[in-house]
Design a protein around this ligand. Structure first.
Ligand SMILES: Cc1cc2nc3c(=O)[nH]c(=O)nc-3n(C[C@H](O)[C@H](O)[C@H](O)COP(=O)(O)O)c2cc1C
Ligand SMILES: [Fe+2]
Ligand SMILES: [Fe+2]
Length: 403
């Protein structure tokens, strides 16, 4: 029998740890799993906030039963209809036919689009700052369109000051011990929150700024997201990170060197750059081979650090195939506020460096530091000097920003 995990005396975490699904949205590796957090409020009216993924329904329903026995459920608030949160709702409605679905106009429309056959008397439509009275707990709603879908909203418990923030402030990783940030080593979750943000929400900085503005004067004792750790000790730090990310500002001094190489010449150039940055006092330098490291981790590091260097060998007049999707997604997300260095390798007429230059030209928020450095096979002494110069300019720029 599942144990009930308390958020407080009358709010229970009934989420699930998913260690089976290999990839989130079928492309982002879940090396440390993911949770679908759901919360059950026990009050005069019983209310669930957010559901779980369809395949996790069994555990979800068992936890509900373990918590409330044969009682009926009055409401489920659907903050977001993406199937990781709404998949198990169909089954829930079958088990609890009297339950009312609480959402905004778009939520209800989208649930119907996903095949949920809802009648008018099964739904409660809410809009910004409406209040749902459960008895002791009064819930209100803050719309947050595009964080992460058009219908996304967050629910705020005005009684206990708990923000059920759905995808906002979420992180990958299962909850294996504690569920709060003061109960676990949360360094891991900070990284997984950034990997979640940069890959899932990263494109939507302006909408994230919108919800941050709405929440600026809201007293919050707990952030209870729909994925990963609950925050109650480090709320100001988490808000600070979100504010930086919303504006696509880097968190830290450091350089990500991302390269694509078949025979090692571009890799050698990356090594020179990395060492020369290290020689100049840059302590955080991370070199990624794009053929090896999944792009979700590369994204997370790019969101963290101010410096970026991208190198590619030429491949059929283009960027190397494994690098293309990374740059495509970065362009799609509108990466900005980064210093960029460009390098690469070729044998005939090039293509890799040209492709990176086109990528950079499409993103006005990137500051390209030097002319691109393109070697033909083995790196010449002159090209080596140019790499050292690039590292030196990057280091100077970063060091000049130290406070
Ligand atoms: C399939 C394939 C396609 C290539 N296409 C080009 C090209 O379009 N233009 C070019 O200058 N070199 C091309 N090359 C040569 C490589 O870019 C060149 O050998 C480069 O030095 C490889 O860098 P690396 O050692 O970092 O892998 C190609 C090589 C291969 C295997
Ligand atoms: Fe989502
Ligand atoms: Fe989600």
């Amino acid at each position: 029998m599942y144990c009930c995990t308390k958020v407080n005396d009358d709010i229970i975490w009934i989420g699930v740890n998913d260690r089976k699904t290999p990839r989130f949205e079928n492309y982002i590796p879940l090396d440390a799993g993911v949770t679908y957090n759901s919360y059950l409020i026990i009050d005069e009216k019983i209310c669930i906030i957010d559901g779980v993924e369809a395949g996790e329904g069994g555990e979800f329903y068992s936890k509900i039963e373990a918590t409330i026995g044969n009682s009926k459920i009055d409401y489920i608030v659907v903050n977001h209809v993406e199937p990781d949160h709404s998949g198990a709702i169909k089954g829930l409605v079958k088990l609890y036919p009297e339950i009312k679905i609480v959402g905004n106009v778009k939520t209800i429309m989208m649930l119907k689009d996903l095949g949920l056959n809802l009648k008018d008397d099964q739904v409660v439509v809410v809009k910004e700052k409406d209040v749902l009275d459960l008895g002791k707990h009064k819930l209100t709603f803050y719309m947050m369109p595009m964080v992460h879908w058009p219908e996304s909203m967050s629910t705020y418990d005005m009684t206990d000051k708990i923000l059920f923030s759905n995808d906002a402030f979420g992180s990958f990783g299962t909850l294996d011990g504690g569920i709060f940030d003061d109960e676990v080593n949360n360094e891991f979750f900070e990284d997984e929150m950034r990997r979640y943000y940069s890959n899932i929400v990263g494109k939507y900085g302006a909408p994230v700024n919108g919800i941050m503005k709405k929440l600026a004067n809201v007293e919050i004792s707990v952030i209870a997201p729909a994925h990963g750790l609950l925050w109650r000790k480090n709320i100001p730090e988490v808000f600070k990170k979100y504010q930086l990310w919303a504006n696509m500002e880097a968190e830290k001094e450091g350089v990500v060197i991302l390269y694509a190489s078949m025979y090692g010449h571009t890799a050698e150039m990356a090594e020179v750059l990395g060492r020369e940055l290290g020689n100049r006092g840059i302590t955080d330098v991370i070199i990624y081979d794009c053929s090896k490291t999944d792009q979700s981790y590369i994204f997370s590091s790019i969101w963290k650090y101010k410096g970026l260097m991208i190198g590619s060998c030429a491949h059929n007049n283009d960027i190397y195939p494994r690098l293309q999707p990374v740059l495509h997604k970065l362009a799609n997300y509108g990466l900005k506020n980064r210093y960029l260095g460009i390098f690469g390798n070729m044998m005939w007429n090039g293509g890799g460096v040209k492709g990176i230059c086109d990528f950079a030209a499409s993103l006005p928020g990137l500051e390209v530091l030097t002319e691109p450095i393109e070697a033909k096979g083995a790196v010449t002494p002159l090209q080596r000097d140019k790499l050292i110069e690039l590292a030196s300019i990057m280091a100077e720029k970063l060091i000049a920003e130290r406070k």
